[in-house]
Design a protein around this ligand. Structure first.
Ligand code: DAH
Length: 340
């Protein structure tokens, strides 16, 4: 028996095969019903206890090694067969996965932020659901101001103290509450107004607010900052014009226009013949607003400005209808895929 086991073990160790059929033949020869190893196990049954002890371990080892060998070759040959059956053409050009791109409002928001970041501004944000104090009262709106009217403002439930912010100026107030001057922030956000939807207005849109408060901040600082912004956004030869205006939270207040890029200031249908396009509101922060927020108006001054992101995008990319920014028509959005 011992010699037979040794001889079969050698055969197993030497065994190689390139075909799955040969492996199966080998299995039958060794372990089939009349296989050589099976036969040895039959003989084993007739052994005395002494003989069993002498050969049992070797016989078991022979069986495991044979099974391992057979499985090893089965796996190997199954894999190579799968590879030859594989008809995938590795040289074929890949199919293009359609790539999304940023929404033009996000692109414009990032452009504006980038410009002000270079001037040292950091980003501040605030909640969309606000209270009267942050949207109106702290910003010096008199109680009877029309902006507080139901016609313009969306109130939450029946509580007139809670509302959807109508402008991002509310973030100014939150910033003044939370930090001491110097404050230099840019505040992007979504705002809500109870307005009919048309080519020029929407009930939801986006604004960016800017605020700079420090000692000795002057109107000249504001003018230079906004000129820099206009030239970075619309081109180096862009000019700006400040027209006197009124906002409760700034004094003096102004409306800023940029020279019309289309006609170079000569007058065209985009600028309605004036050569100028209105882009934002701005002004020196009213001392009442500083005091409302615990900032000493004798020591500190500041300027603020606010612009619509949709409006700035419409001017930059000559979009004729504001609603395009909300409809998400892929043919419109795709035009911005190369703009960064
Ligand atoms: N909050 C104003 C609006 O929604 C925009 C604005 C004007 C913001 C003048 C300012 C500012 O900070 O100084 O129309």
């Amino acid at each position: 028996m011992k010699n037979k086991v040794k001889e079969l073990l050698e055969q197993v160790e030497k065994f190689t095969s390139e075909s799955i059929e040969r492996v199966e033949e080998f299995r039958i020869k060794m372990l089939g019903k009349k296989g050589e190893i099976t036969q040895l196990f039959e003989d084993f049954k007739t052994f005395t206890a002494e003989q069993k002890r002498e050969t049992g371990k070797d016989l078991n080892e022979l069986k495991t090694k044979t099974l391992d060998k057979i499985n090893e070759f089965k796996d190997l040959l199954a894999n190579t067969q799968a590879q030859t059956n594989n008809t995938f053409d590795m040289t074929m050009p890949a199919t293009n996965e359609p790539l999304g791109s940023r929404h033009p409002i996000s692109i414009m928001k990032n452009k504006i932020i980038d410009i002000f970041k270079r001037l040292g501004y950091t980003i501040a944000e605030g909640p969309e659901i606000e209270d009267d104090w942050h949207v109106f009262s702290a910003l010096n709106f008199p109680p009877e101001h029309p902006a507080r009217d139901m016609q313009d403002t969306f109130f939450i439930e029946t509580n007139p103290d809670i509302l959807l912010r109508t402008h991002t100026s509310s973030i100014q107030v939150r910033a003044m509450e939370q930090t001491k001057p110097p404050i230099r922030i840019i505040c992007p956000g979504r705002v809500f107004r109870n307005e009919a939807i048309s080519a020029r207005s929407h009930c939801i849109f986006h604004q960016i607010e800017g605020l700079y408060i420090d000692e000795n901040v002057s109107f000249a600082d504001m003018k230079q900052t906004l000129l820099y912004f206009a030239q970075e956004m619309f081109g180096k030869d862009t000019q700006i014009r400040l027209r006197p205006s009124y906002f409760p939270f700034t004094e003096p207040s102004a409306e800023m226009d940029v020279s019309c890029k289309i006609c170079g200031g000569k007058g065209c249908n985009i600028c309605k013949g004036t050569g100028w396009l209105e882009i934002m509101g701005c002004g020196m922060v009213d001392p009442n607003v500083l005091e409302n927020n615990g900032i000493d108006s004798k020591k500190y001054t500041g300027f603020a400005f606010g612009m619509g992101i949709e409006r700035t995008s419409m001017l930059k990319w000559q979009t004729k209808d504001l609603r395009l920014y909300f409809e998400n028509d892929i043919r419109f959005l795709r035009q911005f895929s190369a703009v960064v």
